[in-house]
Design a protein around this ligand. Structure first.
Ligand SMILES: [Cu+2]
Length: 109
């Protein structure tokens, strides 16, 4: 009986944990001045978060006029980027310090 209760509680906790997992930041890696993934998909009409991981030796600025975000992250460092609730659509971003190669898009859907 106790074991069964424990199992039931464990399931409840897993159930509660699931929505929190969905809010985990999306990892965006910069390496050799390119973003991976270069297309970031988020849910429309709710805030989301990107964990910007800069694996290059030099600083980079995540910059997007349409997202209204600018964030500088030092080389071999990382930073969290909070996105406001976005209407469905495409929002381009770039690494402003290496804009020739560091390009990407957020798709809210
Ligand atoms: Cu800028």
């Amino acid at each position: 009986m106790l074991l069964r209760l424990a199992a039931a509680f464990a399931l409840v906790f897993l159930g509660l944990a699931a929505p929190a997992m969905a809010d985990e930041p999306i990892k965006l890696i910069l390496k050799n001045h390119k973003f991976t993934p270069s297309t970031v998909r988020v849910k429309a009409n709710q805030p989301s978060q990107i964990l910007f991981i800069n694996q290059d030796d030099t600083a980079e600025e995540f910059d997007s006029a349409s997202l209204k975000v600018e964030k500088v992250v030092a080389g071999h460092s990382q930073g969290k980027i909070r996105l406001r609730a976005l209407a469905k659509g495409k929002y381009t971003f770039m690494g402003e310090f290496h804009a020739a190669t560091a390009q990407g898009v957020v798709i809210a859907e």
